[in-house]
Write a protein that binds this ligand. Structure first.
Ligand SMILES: *[C@@H]1O[C@H](CO)[C@@H](O)[C@H](O)[C@H]1NC(C)=O
Ligand SMILES: *[C@@H]1O[C@H](CO)[C@@H](O)[C@H](O)[C@H]1NC(C)=O
Length: 358
């Protein structure tokens, strides 16, 4: 009788643990990531591109410390996201040692320097989002070969897809290229990028993706490089931020619109703009000491030269920005908190914690 009781107790514990296990690990079996340096965890290492962070002091606060190919001192928001989902960091697609077992837990296709457009970063030898999607098709074929078509389709439906790109289309293309400016008004250029994004989301949907999130753009007019170049008093450059605010609103509208035309889809908008803008302009309120000035770099706001061991600060966490373009791990952690459990102002219409239950 004693044994019978303890068996019941063990059985209840078993079912409970199994339930927790299912909740954490099966509803989102994998994360697939597309985009630029805001989410690139090292694909750049395998490309002959000038865009590189594969040298010290990048990654100095990573565990274990050392350059990883991430443009930060440590983890990116997508790394924090994987941790919350109980998944390993997604394998870099260009890492030749990646296996189909890795593919089943997520793949990162992101390429630093790329953008929504094929020509963004083209001369730098980066992988465009279009090429990243072609790589994804190969990954899906490998998954089908491994677990069969039906299981592969179910896998894609449950998995989480993240697109994070677009900054380079503005600050490293349109804003500096008179030829592109002559071809498109700002409004036409926004339409061009939005239609590219729309095409990418519909392509992912056609490959079986259902849970897709898109990062907004950061306040690009507040990046140390842009402030160093274009702002005298150290304020964010409104003329650079305005088209970004407009583009972010158009992104959010597009997602709402596509949600109603793509049955069974869950399209989510992650607001990156406001948390960075707020922390940058009011650092003390968010536990930072320096909002304007990057930790690593030199010149005005440490925004005018690349990050090296010779121009790096001592305490990364004291800064919102790590280098002239990219946030610190601490700032990325704040962004990840917003994605994970934030209100609709940060993750619209659902946060990741809600999304995994669908
Ligand atoms: C990028 O190039 C591919 C292949 O040439 C093309 O199908 C696609 O429409 C292009 N994407 C954009 C956004 O121009
Ligand atoms: C970093 O700390 C060292 C030793 O405390 C100090 O000499 C140096 O000036 C500091 N560097 C910066 C950039 O604050």
């Amino acid at each position: 009788m004693q044994c019978f009781k303890s068996c019941i107790v063990l059985w209840v514990i078993y079912i409970y643990l199994f339930g927790v296990f299912c909740y954490d690990f099966f509803l989102v079996p994998a994360v697939y990531i597309f985009g630029d340096s805001t989410v690139d965890t090292g694909n750049q290492k395998y490309l002959t591109t000038l865009i590189t962070s594969d040298y010290p002091p990048y990654g100095r606060d990573f565990v274990p410390p050392g350059p990883t190919g991430r443009f930060s001192n440590g983890k990116l928001a997508n790394d924090f996201g994987a941790e919350r989902l109980g998944l390993p960091y997604a394998v870099n697609y260009l890492d030749q040692s990646a296996t189909v077992q890795n593919y089943l837990q997520g793949v990162n296709f992101a390429s630093s320097g790329s953008g929504y457009l094929n020509i963004t970063g083209y001369i730098l030898g980066v992988e465009t989002v279009d090429e990243q999607l072609a790589f994804f098709r190969k990954v899906k074929e490998a998954i089908i070969a491994s677990i069969g078509v039906n299981a592969a389709e179910e896998h894609m439906q449950k998995s989480f897809f993240l697109i994070s790109t677009g900054s380079n289309d503005f600050i490293n293309l349109y804003n500096i290229d008179p030829i592109i400016q002559a071809m498109y008004t700002p409004a036409q250029y926004e339409d061009l990028l939005i239609s590219a994004l729309s095409g990418y989301i519909q392509a992912l949907y056609s490959y079986g993706a259902r849970k897709i999130a898109v990062d907004s753009l950061a306040p690009l007019g507040c990046l140390p490089q842009q402030v160093g170049l274009f702002s005298k008093a150290g304020e964010c450059v409104d003329s650079i931020n305005e088209p970004i605010i407009s583009f972010n609103a158009a992104t959010k509208n597009l997602l709402t619109q596509l949600s109603s035309t793509l049955p069974g889809s869950y399209l989510v908008y992650f607001n990156v703009y406001d948390p960075i803008y707020e922390a940058r302009n009011n650092p003390a309120a968010y536990g930072f000491q320096y909002g304007k000035e990057a930790c690593c770099g030199s010149g005005a706001y440490s925004g005018l030269s690349p990050c090296t061991t010779l121009n790096v600060c001592n305490v990364s966490d004291a800064h919102v920005f790590w280098d002239l373009f990219h946030p610190t791990e601490k700032m990325y952690g704040m962004l990840a908190d917003g994605y994970w459990s934030g209100p609709p102002s940060l993750a619209y219409p659902y946060n990741l914690q809600q999304l995994v239950t669908f």
